[in-house]
Write a protein that binds this ligand. Structure first.
Ligand SMILES: [Zn+2]
Length: 242
């Protein structure tokens, strides 16, 4: 992929965050990774979405050195780089960070988003985990890099791998989400927000109407829905992805 295409795809995905109501002001960022060059493009720091163009997508190598672009990249760049280093060989090509409201509510509560139904199960295999809080020295040290490390540590405990669980909520902060492209990472972010809101509603309803915990989705149903979309022999949708 040439750098121009990488920048344009990444710009498109960043603008999509606003259209999908996942960010306000300058919050949030999307990056894209090109396996041919080994470069990433990421939104420049603090740019308003209404003024954003492909010039604001800064291109870096995997060590974080600027290859192209005159703007300082997002302050979250070291987090994205940690995740690409870990996930790129498994096909991850886009990463999104937002403070989308309901996903962030779960992150702030430090509670995993429970898998309560097939809407969740179609996209994410099991509860969406919240990381542990960062330690004081991790916050005071290389904070953004350490945020990436705690995401990997959290995913490790899930044993699902990055393809079956494409989001981690960072404690007291918000979601980091990934996918096969910047556009797919945005789609996963939108689904995450949708199911976070539904799970919040379920839990709240439960407090009002029931005295038993809400059951998790049946394991058979979770397996069925996830695997018919993404497992071996998947049969959901059209045969070829266009
Ligand atoms: Zn943030």
């Amino acid at each position: 992929m040439n750098i121009k295409v990488l920048r344009e795809q990444t710009l498109e995905a960043n603008l999509d965050l606003v259209k999908k109501n996942l960010v306000i002001m300058t919050w949030g960022n999307v990056s894209g990774y090109d396996p041919e060059t080994g470069y990433i493009a990421i939104k420049a720091s603090g740019v308003k979405y209404e003024e954003m163009n492909s010039e604001h997508m800064t291109v870096l190598d995997m060590e974080g050195r600027i290859v192209e672009g005159k703007y300082k990249p997002s302050t979250d760049t070291p987090t994205h780089l940690v995740l690409y280093r870990a996930f790129k060989d498994q096909g991850i090509r886009g990463i999104v960070h937002t403070h989308s409201q309901f996903a962030t509510v779960w992150a702030q509560s430090g509670v995993d988003v429970p898998c309560l139904g097939t809407t969740h199960g179609d996209y994410f295999y099991g509860d969406i985990p919240v990381s542990r809080p960062l330690l004081a020295e991790e916050i005071q040290g290389e904070y953004e890099k350490n945020t990436g490390d705690v995401i990997l540590e959290t995913l490790e405990t899930k044993k699902t791998g990055c393809r079956r669980m494409s989001a981690v909520l960072v404690h007291s902060h918000g979601p980091f989400v990934w996918g096969d492209s910047p556009a797919e990472a945005v789609e996963h972010s939108l689904v995450l927000e949708y199911i976070s809101k539904m799970a919040y509603c379920n839990v709240t309803m439960n407090c009002s109407f029931r005295d038993k915990p809400i059951p998790r989705i049946q394991q058979e149903l979770a397996d069925k829905h996830y695997n018919r979309k993404f497992g071996p022999g998947a049969y959901y949708g059209q045969a070829s992805k266009t």
